[in-house]
Unconditional design. Sequence first.
Lengths: 303, 402
Amino acid sequence: MSESALLWGQLFNGISVASILLLAALGLALSFGLMRVINMAHGEMLMMGGYVAFICTTLFGKGPGLLVGLVVAFVGTALFGALMEITLIRRLYGRPLDTLLATWGVSLVLQQAARSIFGPIGVEVTAPAWLAGSFAIGGSALTGLGIPAVRLFIIVLAALVLGGVTLVIARTRIGLLVRAVHQDRGMADALGADTRRVDLAVFALGTGIAGLAGAALSLISPVTPTVGQSYIVYAFLVVILGGLGSLTGTLLAALVVGLFSATAQIFTSLGFSDVLLLLFVILFIQFRPRGIISQRSRALEEA
Amino acid sequence: MSSFLPARAFAPFVAAALLLSPLSPPPANAAADTVKVGVLHSLTGTMAISEVDVKNATLLAIDEINAKGGVLGKKIEPVIEDGGSDPAIFAQKAQKLIQEDSVVTVFGGWTSASRKAMLPVFERFHGLLWYPVQFEGNECSADIMYSGAQPNQQILPALQWGEQKGYKSIFLLGSDYVFPRTANLILKKHIVHDGGTIAGEEYVPLGGTDFSAIINKIKVAHPQVIFSTLNGDSNVSFFKQMAAAGLPSSKLPVMSFSIAEPEAKAIGPSLLEGSYAAWNYFQSLPDPVNVKFVAAYHAKYPGAPVDDPMAHGYLDVYAWAAAVKKAGTFDIEKVRKAAVTLPFIDVGLGETKFATNQSLVQTAYVGQLLPSGQFKVVWKSSGPIAPQPYDPLTFPGKTCAI
C-alpha cells in the first residue's frame, strides 16, 4: 500500500467517521435544535440501540437479526423517547438546567439498568458474513486500499436516514408544523398548531434515530452500559458546530469534523488530532458563533 | 436526645476503662486465635469487573489455609475494604486497615495509580502490601511485595517469542496511559537492540472507539506482528474494525498484554480467535496444582474464568503464610525478610519464589486464544525468570536494592 493510498484511505475514513457522527448527532440536532432540550441521555439511546441489536442478532441470527434490530431499535427507542417526553421533558420546558439534570439522571438510571440486566462487561455483536469483507480496489494509486463493507453500510444508512428526515421535514404535514414551531413557537401556537404534539413527535423521532444509530454502530464498537458516553461529546460538538436547528449544518459539521480528524491523523497521533480539532472548533465558533449554517429564527433569538 | 444521657453518665467509667486498657489482657476470643489481614480491591466502579475476582481468589486461599489450621495456630480473618476504583480511596482505606484494624498485612491493588497512591501510606505507617498485577516496573519499595510480572517477565519474553517466530517488523499500539507508554519505551529499546524494526507506534485515549486511521497506518506500515497494550473496551472496537478491514488475527497476528481469560470472554472469543497473549499464568496450564486450584475456585464460583492476577492474588496469601511460618512471627519486618528466603513453591503458576528485590521469580507463557475462550499455551520461557524492576537497557544504572 502506497502513501497516496494512505491519503485516499484517510479520505474514505473521514467520510466514514462523518457518517457515524451524523447518525449519532442527528437525533440530538432535532431535539436540541427545535426544543432547546439538552438531552444528556442521548448517548444512552445509542446504547439501548446496541443492546437491541444484540438481542435481535441472538434471536434471529446475525444477518436477519441486524435488519430486524435496526427497525426494532428505531421503534423501541422512539417509544421510550415519547415516554420520556411525556413523563419528564414536557414538565421542564423553559428550564434548561433542570432538563439537563433530569436527563442526566435518566442517563445514569439507564446505564445502571443495562449493567443490572446485561452485566457490566458488555455483550458481543458481530457483523454478518455479507458485511464482514472489504472491497479491494485495484488501480495504480489505490492498490492495497480496501473499503470495509461494514463502514460502507453505515455511510449508506446515514445517507438514508438523513434523506428520510429531510423528506419528513420538507414534505409532510408534521414537517410543516415542525418548521412553523421552529420559526416562531408563539405564532405557530396562536395559529392552532399543537406545539406539544410537535415537540413529542420531534423528541421521539430524535431518540428513535439515536437507537437506530446505536444498533448500526454496534457493528464496529463495543456494546457496554457506558458506550453512549463515548459519542455524546462529539455529537454535541457536531450540533453546535453545525448551527442549531439546521440539518444541512449538522451534515456539513459532521463532514468537517470527520475529514479534519482523518487528515490530521495522517500527520499526527489520534490524541493530538483531537486537540487540533477542538482548537479548530473553538476558533470557528469565535468567528461564527451560530455555527456553519446560522438560522434566523425568532425561537433562537429569544433563547 | 435522651440517648445521650446514659453515655454522659457513663463517661467517667469509659475514660477509666480506656486508661486501663493497655494493662488489661486482650479479649480472649478475638486476638488469641485469629489474625487480621486486609483485602483491598475495587468492589465498585469501573475496576470492579476485574478486582472482585482477585478478591475472591485471595479469600479462597485464606479459606484453604484456615481449613488446614491457619498460621501459627491462628485463623486468618480477612478485613475486606472497597477501593472504589479511586486511587484516593485506596490510600484512605489502606491507612484505615493499618491504623484502625491493625492488620498484619494487606493484599490488594490493581491499577498502577492505586498502587502509587497506597505506596506513601505503606511507607509512612509501616505496612506490607502484596500487589498481584503485572505492571510497568520502575518502582522499588521495601513495603510492597510485587508478585505481578515486571516488564522483563511478560513484555520482553513476548518479544523473545516474536523474534523466535521470525517477526522482525513490529507495530506498537496502546491505550494512552503509563503502562503502555513505559512498556513500549522498553520494547523499542529492545527491538532496536535486537536488530528489528518498529513499524509504528500509536496510542488511543482510554475508551477510544475509532481505529480507522490507525488501521490505515498499519496497512501502510506492513508490520509482521502488532504488540497491543490496549485496555478494556477499546479492544472490542480494535478487533472488530481490524476484521472489517480484512486483517483478522489469522492474517496479522496480534500479541495483547492486557487480555486474559475474563477479558477474552467479555470481548468475544470469536473476535479474538488466534490472537496471542503473554502472561505468567493461564487457566489452561496443565500443572496438576493448577488443576486443583481451578477446581477449588470453580467449586465456589462455577464457570467463572480464572486469570493471571487472580492466580497471583491466590499465590500472595500462600507466600505470606509461608513467610510467617518461617519467621515464627507476624512482625512485618521479619515476615518480609523471611519472604525473600523461601524456597520455590508451586500454587499453580509453576515454580515461583520471591527474589531479594521483593518481586517474584516466575515463568512467562505465551498463549493463543481458542474459540472456547481459553488460551492454548504455545510457548514458555526456558525457566523461571528473575525479576528486573528497572530494565538495564532503558534505565541504565538504576537498580533496586532493598
